[in-house]
Design a protein around this ligand. Structure first.
Ligand code: ADP
Length: 682
C-alpha cells in the first residue's frame, strides 16, 4: 500500500528526516554583506567627486590664466591709446610753446578728435584760467565746461603744472551726466614764461567702450576703479559673473590712479558642468537609494524566510508528532512527494521520490483500486471529499485505517494524500468484544430458557403423558383381542401428533440455544413472531396472561438475524408477563403488534410493539432502564433490555418505550426493510 506514500529516506531505524521530504528555507547571510556594496558606492562617489574637483580646478586655472592674459591685453590697448592722446596734447603744447599759432593746429586737433571720440576736447587754458583756444571748434564754451573738472581741480592743475613744468593728470571726475572723466594737462612754456596748459578731457566710459578689444569685453565684465576703490565705470550690459574669477591691473600711465578690473562672465560650459554635476549627484542619490531599498527588501525577504522556516518547522514538528502516518504521492507516477516520521516508521525502506506502487499490493483491498482517482477528483479537476477505508496487511497480519483525499500540492497539481493509522489493536478488541457479546447473548438465551425450564418440562411432559396413555390404551386393546383397526390407528395417530408437538418444542429450544454466527437475511417478522409464540405461549399460559398477536398483513420482509430478534422478543414478552403478575387475571393481556413505520427523513422500517397492561415504569426506573445489571426483580439479572438495545442497534434499528394512558407500557423497536438493505448493499 505504500504506493501512495513513502518515507523520506527512512533508513536503519525507519526514522525519516522530514526536512529531506520538505527542505526548509535556507538561512540568510548576515547584515555585514551590505558593507561591500555601500563601501563601493561611497568609493564611487568619492572618485567622481575627486575627478570633478580636479577637472574644475584645472579649468579654473586655465580660466584664470586666460583672464590674466586678456586683462593685460585690454590694459595694453587702453594705455597705448591714452599715451597716444597724451602724445597729441604734448605735441600741441610743444608747438604753441615754440611760438606756433594755435589756430594752425585746429584742423589737426579736430581730425584727431573725430577719430578718437573718447577725447572730448583739447583746450589751451591761460594761467588765469580762461580758454585761449579750443577744439573742436563746433563746441561752445558751456558744453565744453560741462565736460571739464570742477573749477577748483582746474585751478589745482594749472598751479601744479605751472609749478612743476610737467604734464599731469587730474583726479577722475564726473561730468554733469555723471559720466567719469580724467583730464590731461601739458604745460605751455615759452621763453621761460608759463602760458597756461594744453588739456584734453577723456571720457573714461567712451575709452572703455572703444578701446577694449571686443574679444575681451565679451568675455569679462571690465570695470575701472579709482585710487580710493570707487568704481568709475561698469558696462551697461554687465551680466552675471563668477566673482571669484577676477583680475585687477593698474593702467600704466604716468599717473597710476586707475585700476582695470576684469571679472569672468558665467559661461555655458560652466553651466553644462554644473548640470553634469547635478546629474552625477542625482545618479549617486538614486544609486544609494536603490541600494538602500534593495537592502530593505532583502532584509524583509529574510524576515519572511525566517517566518516561513519557523512555520515549516512547526508544521514538520506537528506532523512528525502524529501517531498516524501522512504521505503525499503523485497520482500518475506514484512518486512519493512527502511523508512524516510515523509513516517512515510504519514503512521503513522507502525514500522520497521513489516509486511506491509496489507497497500497495501488500494490502487487501488495494487502496488505489478501492479509492481510485475518479473518487477523489471531480471530472473538471476539483478536489473531492475524504474517503475512509480499512485495509489489511496480510503478510504482517496488521490492520490499518486509511483516510484518502486529493489535495493541491505546492506546484498546483492535484496529488493523493493518505493518512494511515495502525488499528490492529482496535480490530482485536472489536473481535474480542464480538465474541464476548455472542457469549453474552447465548448466556442470556440460556437464562431465558432456564427461567422457562419448569414450564417447558411441563409442556413436554404433557404430550409424553398423552403418548404414554395412547400407547397404553393401544396395548390394552391389542391384548384384549377385541380391537378395531380404526381405533388403533386413531390412537397411534394422536400419539404421533403429541410426539410431534413435543418434538417441535424441543426443536424450538434447541434452535434458540444453538451457538452460531449471526446471519442477517430477509425474513418475515410476522412469521418469526408466530413461531416464537409457540415457545412463549406456554409461559404466558402459566402466568395466566392472554398472548395476542396483531400482525399487520402487508408488513414487508425485514433484514435481520432471526434468533437475535427472537431473543429480543422473548425478553420483552417475559418482561411484559412479569409486569402483569400483580394485576387482575382478566386484565392480563399482552399484545405483540407489527406495522410499517415511515418517518420523515429516514428510510422506511418495520416497527414491532410489545404492549402490556402491567405496573408500568416509574420515572426513577426509567433513567436506569437500559443500564446493565439494573433490575427491580428479586431473581432478575438486569441484562435483558441492555442486550435488546444492543441487538436492535446492531440491526440499525431503534428501541424505546412509551407509557399507556390506562396503565402499562409499550416497548417499541424498529428493523430495516430487506429492500432498503439491498439498496444500501448495492
Ligand atoms: P430483568 O428483567 O432481569 O430485571 P431487564 O433489563 O429486562 O432485566 O429489565 C430491567 C428492569 O426494567 C426490570 O427489572 C423492570 O423493573 C423494568 N421493566 C422492564 N420491562 C418492563 C415492563 N414491560 N413493565 C414494567 N417494568 C419493566
Amino acid at each position: 500500500m505504500q504506493a501512495q506514500f513513502d518515507d523520506s529516506g527512512a533508513d536503519a531505524g525507519g526514522h525519516a528526516p522530514s526536512a529531506a521530504t520538505h527542505p526548509p528555507p535556507s538561512r540568510r547571510a548576515g547584515g555585514s554583506v551590505w558593507i561591500v556594496p555601500f563601501a563601493a558606492l561611497a568609493l564611487f562617489v568619492a572618485a567622481i567627486a575627486a575627478l570633478l574637483w580636479f577637472v574644475l580646478k584645472h579649468e579654473a586655472e586655465i580660466e584664470l590664466s586666460n583672464l590674466r592674459r586678456d586683462t593685460q591685453y585690454a590694459e595694453l590697448a587702453i594705455t597705448r591709446r591714452i599715451l597716444a592722446h597724451q602724445d597729441l596734447v604734448d605735441r600741441i603744447a610743444g608747438a604753441i610753446s615754440s611760438g606756433q599759432d594755435a589756430l594752425t593746429l585746429t584742423d589737426q586737433a579736430q581730425i584727431y578728435l573725430r577719430q578718437n571720440p573718447e577725447l572730448r576736447n583739447v583746450l589751451w587754458t591761460s594761467p588765469a584760467g580762461t580758454i585761449s583756444w579750443a577744439a573742436p571748434s563746433w563746441k561752445d564754451a558751456s558744453s565744453i565746461a560741462r565736460e571739464r573738472p570742477p573749477p577748483a581741480e582746474r585751478e589745482r592743475m594749472l598751479r601744479l603744472t605751472s609749478a612743476t613744468g610737467r604734464s599731469t593728470y587730474s583726479d577722475p571726475y564726473r561730468d554733469y551726466q555723471d559720466e567719469p572723466y580724467i583730464e590731461y594737462h601739458s604745460p605751455v612754456v615759452r621763453e621761460g614764461r608759463f602760458l597756461g596748459t594744453i588739456s584734453a578731457s577723456l571720457s573714461l566710459r567712451a575709452a572703455m567702450q572703444r578701446l577694449v578689444p571686443l574679444s575681451v569685453s565679451e568675455k569679462y565684465r571690465l570695470s575701472l576703479i579709482d585710487g580710493s576703490g570707487r568704481e568709475l565705470f561698469r558696462p551697461d550690459d554687465a551680466r552675471e559673473t563668477y566673482e571669484w574669477l577676477t583680475q585687477t591691473v593698474s593702467l600704466t600711465l604716468p599717473w597710476r590712479g586707475l585700476d582695470l578690473t576684469a571679472t569672468s562672465y558665467k559661461s555655458d560650459s560652466l553651466v553644462g558642468r554644473a548640470v553634469l554635476m547635478a546629474i552625477i549627484a542625482l545618479v549617486t542619490i538614486v544609486l544609494a537609494w536603490s541600494l538602500w531599498s534593495l537592502r530593505r527588501r532583502v532584509e524583509m525577504q529574510a524576515g519572511v524566510d525566517r517566518a516561513l522556516m519557523a512555520s515549516h518547522e512547526r508544521f514538520v514538528t506537528v506532523l512528525d508528532a502524529l501517531d498516524s502516518g501522512v504521505a503525499v504521492s503523485d497520482f500518475d507516477t506514484r512518486e512519493l512527494l512527502f511523508c512524516n516520521e510515523s509513516f517512515a516508521r510504519i514503512f521503513p525502506g522507502h525514500t522520497l521520490g521513489s516509486n511506491t506502487a509496489d507497497l500497495e499490493t501488500a494490502f487487501t483491498p488495494i487502496p488505489s483500486q478501492a479509492v481510485p482517482r475518479a473518487a477523489l477528483l471531480t471530472a473538471d479537476g476539483r478536489l473531492g471529499g475524504v474517503h475512509k477505508l480499512e485495509v489489511r496487511d496480510e503478510s504482517r497480519d496488521l490492520w490499518y485505517a486509511l483516510r484518502v483525499r486529493a489535495v493541491r500540492w505546492v506546484d498546483g497539481r492535484a496529488v493523493r494524500m493518505t493518512m494511515i493509522s495502525d488499528i490492529t489493536e482496535r480490530k482485536l478488541a472489536d473481535e474480542r468484544s464480538r465474541v464476548q457479546q455472542e457469549k453474552l447473548l447465548l448466556t442470556s438465551r440460556l437464562m431465558s430458557v432456564g427461567e422457562m425450564a419448569s414450564t417447558l418440562a411441563h409442556e413436554i411432559n404433557q404430550p409424553l403423558s398423552a403418548i404414554a396413555n395412547y400407547n397404553m390404551g393401544a396395548v390394552r386393546r391389542l391384548k384384549s383381542d377385541h380391537w378395531q383397526k380404526e381405533d388403533l390407528v386413531a390412537a397411534l395417530e394422536k400419539s404421533a401428533a403429541q410426539a410431534e408437538r413435543a418434538g417441535r418444542v424441543v426443536h424450538r429450544v434447541r434452535e434458540f440455544l444453538r451457538r452460531r454466527e449471526p446471519v442477517r437475511e430477509p425474513g418475515s417478522i410476522n412469521l418469526i413472531i408466530a413461531e416464537l409464540a409457540e415457545l412463549v405461549e406456554i409461559e404466558a399460559d402459566k402466568a395466566q396472561v392472554q398472548l395476542v398477536l396483531e400482525p399487520e398483513a402487508e408488513v414487508p420482509p425485514v433484514f435481520a438475524d432471526r434468533v437475535m430478534i427472537e431473543q429480543v422478543l422473548v425478553n420483552l414478552i417475559k418482561n411484559g408477563i412479569d409486569a402483569m403478575r400483580a394485576v387482575p387475571v382478566d386484565r392480563r393481556r399482552l399484545v405483540v403488534r407489527t406495522r410499517q413505520a415511515q418517518a420523515e427523513g429516514v428510510p422506511p422500517m418495520v416497527e414491532i410493539q410489545v404492549i402490556d397492561a402491567g405496573h408500568g415504569i416509574a420515572p426513577e426506573v426509567e433513567r436506569e432502564l437500559f443500564s446493565p445489571f439494573f433490575t427491580t426483580k428479586d431473581n432478575g439479572m438486569g441484562m435483558g433490555l441492555n442486550i435488546c438495545r444492543s441487538i436492535v442497534e446492531m440491526h440499525e434499528g431503534h428501541l424505546w418505550f412509551s407509557r399507556r394512558p390506562d396503565g402499562g407500557s409499550v416497548f417499541h423497536f424498529t428493523l430495516p426493510l430487506a429492500e432498503s438493505a439491498a439498496v444500501l448493499a448495492a
